[in-house]
Design a protein around this ligand. Sequence first.
Ligand SMILES: O=C1O[C@H](COP(=O)(O)O)[C@@H](O)[C@H](O)[C@H]1O
Length: 242
Amino acid sequence: MGRPPNLYSFSDADLAPNLRKYVLDQQTDALKRHNVFRVALSGGSLPKTLAKALLAPPSSDDDPTPDFSKWEIFYADERCVPLDHADSNHALLHSELLSKIPPNTPQPKVHPIDETYLDDPQEMADQYEKLLVSVFAARDSVKLPLFDLILLGCGPDGHTCSLFPDHPLLRETDAWVLSIADSPKPPAKRITLSLPVVLHAAKIGFVATGEGKKGILKRIFETEEGGRLPCGLVNEGAGEKI
Ligand SMILES: O=C1O[C@H](COP(=O)(O)O)[C@@H](O)[C@H](O)[C@H]1O
């Protein structure tokens, strides 16, 4: 078991500045380490919340700003749909955040899925894994990719990425990227980072907002069975890497 997670609770008004500080602190650390900030982002409610945090004007001259020219963005999970489809996590991030980064400023490098493989989730996962290998294991072979930050959502059933409760994918130990063709939440076909990849990240942050998340957070943190839900497994397994 890793370190117990830090839990923070904010009013709606305070979430954006605090999330901004958390993300930009990770940006600062990553840029000091290797002059690039490699993040994996979830879909669902996260892109909107993140956009609100990152696109706000700095509150003071000392407030760090996102240096998107140094960002490399990957997807923690993605649905096997076209990149402009309403169900696409990339489409969501694009409409909420990417499209709003001022065009006259340097843009992040974004790694969406390859649409060639929409009908073949396993091939899609293999291709995304190859992409991760080319980025994270270009010079040395590594057992797992080391993201500087993975930002996760928490579904009302305790799923995170596209790792669902009691699903056999939770037991996968080798692959970096997995496919799922029977997601209980539509669309059925998706790809997702594996649990070992998520747990290996330098920093992992869950962002859960709104009344609707109260019940599942209670289950995760206050019941024994909550520890076996995907979100609970991340909490149990994560530890400080850097
Ligand atoms: O299907 C998904 O759901 C989770 C949770 O979404 P939320 O709307 O409850 O925040 C999300 O993190 C994941 O990326 C997405 O594919």
